[in-house]
Design a protein around this ligand. Sequence first.
Ligand code: PMP
Length: 379
Amino acid sequence: MFYLDGTATTKPYPSVIKAMVNAMENHFGNPSSLHMLGRDAEEILKAARECLAKDLNVKPKEIIFTSGGTESNNLAILGSIRHKNQIFVTDKAEHASVTECAKYLESKGVQVCYLDIDEAGHPHLDQFENILKLKPDLVSLMQVNNEIGTCLDIEKITDRLKQISPKTLLHVDGVQAYGKFDLDLSREGIDLYSLSGHKVHGPKGIGALYIKEGVKIQPILFGGGQEKGFRPGTENSYALAGFTEAVRVNRGERKRDFEKVLHCREQLKGSLSDLEGVKFLGSEEFFSPYILSIAFQGIKSEILLHYLEREGIFVSTGSACSKGKISSVIQTLKLPKDYMDGMLRISLSPDYDEKDMDFVGQKIKCAVQEIRQIIGGKV
Ligand code: PMP
């Protein structure tokens, strides 16, 4: 089997599963309980916070654990924008957990500015500079685009912010970047940063929001006051035990995995490049090697996905055609019409090598040619 859908979710490391089972069997107390079992469970939280903070080079008190990337994005945005007279800036290629917040804020009368993206998937900088003159309250952009893998040039963004509107808060959705790229949040000029456990071989249902010391946001959930009141509700200590282990293992493997995946991506690209009617999407310059998005002319990607599934190759159509709708990212890329339905997102994984990618490339080629023959497509 070739599991090439790690952008959707990654397989937990075996030691993550062990850590979770151990927490469930032996450390099941409620971290808020005053007795020994509570203190025992609280230790899991403390270790998780310290481990993640060390990895991001921030202070443990700057980490709030959440249920995942969606909640972290909601907390960052809705917790920062509380009044009608505030201004929120994002772009047209964000994850639904950001765009739906933007729509909600618009419905409440907040001014929301959507930056256009260029054909590589980057937000337009000149437009950004102009919008910054309005002195917005919050900018939210993703570090790695989950559909096409384009990376944000954080340095350029923070540079413009510092120059034009230094009081504007910057939120970065790092869900597809965390665990892949080295990141020193203490130096990046980022105020709020979202990440998710299940994208880094940890469990689902756990994530975090980094809130830089001194940045004031409001809670969006109310209850027992856990996580400094930002995330009330009994903490998911089992998932946190697994997440800590995922962070620990991932940190050790990060550089090696990145290099391996980069080579695999090049190999796969190379093996597909002699196929006609193929477009590789995203940036050639700033990209995550973990994502290769390809548009095939005259192909319905759902059919291709199922062809590949029969061969034991698991990929994604991206969010491109969800419920029959072409995603706003793909629309913005201005692909020719006959490529729009044929987008495949292949998530590269360090579990495979270049030979494997050559094999996968050959299988994709055969499947594309066969489908085109059946539908009589002219390519
Ligand atoms: N942002 C991005 C860029 C994502 O790719 C995802 C997950 N697909 C999310 C946010 C949401 O993360 P989660 O699944 O942990 O809620």
